[in-house]
Design a protein around this ligand. Sequence first.
Ligand SMILES: [Zn+2]
Ligand SMILES: [Zn+2]
Length: 326
Amino acid sequence: MKNSIYLDGSKPTYKGNLHLHTDWSDGRLPAAKVVEVFKEKGYHFISISDHEVFTRTDEFNSDHFITIPGMERGGLNHVPDKDPGYHFGVIDDPTVEPEQERFGHLQPFLTPIPWTGEQSPQLLIDEMRAHGNLVVFNHPEWHLTRFDDMVNYHNFFAIEIYNHSTEWSTASSYGAAYWDHALQNGKRVFGIAADDSHGHYKNWKIPEYGGGWVQVQSEALTHYEIVKSLKEGRFYSSTGPEIHSLKVEEGQLKIECSPCKFIMFKAFPLRGPFLGKFDSGEPMTSASMPIDEEMTYIRVECIDFEGNVAWSNPVFVTDLLEEAQK
Ligand SMILES: [Zn+2]
Ligand SMILES: [Zn+2]
């Protein structure tokens, strides 16, 4: 089995939120204010993903903070204007040469998108891809998405596995079960935690901003390098804990993290261990498990003493087998 480094503790990482709204759609704050909010919270990048309007805001970019062009595209309700429907995160991908022209700043899109049959979500995904974008399957739990949609639809690179807005609004924020369903059916997709912040509460004591994020290992804080790392899965998602390193060494998957209560290896089809210092209750900062060649993927969740989670991306075991080497 090959050795492989997925997250290298010696390399820089950048914190970002890929899903949020401003007053360009149904958010309360203007983009410039939202940028300030995230800068103050120590973020390095955001994607302003307003509903049905694409944003491209280079004017907010500096050496220490960038905005990644994007939007949220949704609709496709079986019953017009009623949930459930489909929302997709759209992220401009500068690493590809698109078949069709890229979207421009404040380019509007018609809504609602009508449901014209089971092919509707796929047509929308493919249209976004043709214009040079990555697509994220947003908040599946909140949208009462069917589990098999994760298998039957294609060409999305990630599933939103934590959506902070739908956690405090309806306690339906976790998409990890959808993620596992996709992975167990052979999909190679990553998991993304995000805020989906709208800023609706003026005097909030419970913050809407900064609830879920991605931490991306990248060569540089640029649109190109961040998206390249996202596509390679060189990031983790979190609502609190940090993952410092993730690697395969001599047939063992090894993780290092900030102090956590549990470290859980989710492997399939052979279950991985759920580890904690149950007798002493002491925090854990590392763990490892042997990789069985019968496994298809392994991902790791690190859970802190407040119940916050860091999710690694999946390690695909077939990539590690010697015969996979060319
Ligand atoms: Zn949405
Ligand atoms: Zn949203």
